[in-house]
Design a protein around this ligand. Sequence first.
Ligand code: GAR
Length: 215
Amino acid sequence: MIAQLPVVVLISGRGSNLQAIIEQQQRGDLPVDIRAVISSRPGAQGLDRARDAGLPAVIVDPGRFPARALFEKALMEEIDARAPALVVLAGFMLVLGSDFVRHYSGRLINVHPSLLPQFKGLHTHERALQAGVRYHGASVHFVTPDVDGGPVIIQAQVEVRADDNAQTLAVRVLKEEHRILPEAIRWFAQGRLGLEQGRALLDGRPCMHPEGSVP
Ligand code: GAR
């Protein structure tokens, strides 16, 4: 168990998941040292949340680099300068290349607004409604070069209501994200969670999913 797990959080926008991490950390419920918040978008609201919490807020804007590889190299340099044990994608809306992902193998996690492997990619709430699923939700998973396809750590399920639209559904899913993302980080900080041979293990046992994993 690491007393204070050094963490870097990557965002692109609103930063409500970042806020959930900050609040749990401030309450003493999450043993992390958030060494930096890095945004791919200069105007991201999450940057203000980071500054309000007294955290270093860094921008690495892909628009300022002539090639994607150079952007990812700069991003890696910013991250590695903080020596994090865990890198958290909390609403980071860019797909990262396989070199980047491999560099952080086993210490890079992402929160995604669906019950993976269902609805990878964007517009998950609209697609869940269109598909007429009874249950939707959120997942936290280890990131691998297979986009949104890495081993699931924890999921939370939300029942779809007859009168739901994408916004109402998103609100309930987001509430669950704010619970399961800090939970996964806590497990990692406690030394209970790891990626071994392509499997997410909690206390040495495979993280069960989908529905079975909801604690
Ligand atoms: C969250 O719903 C997160 O799951 C999603 O973006 C939102 C960010 O909200 N991420 C993805 O879709 C990643 N593919 P936030 O900025 O308020 O945390």
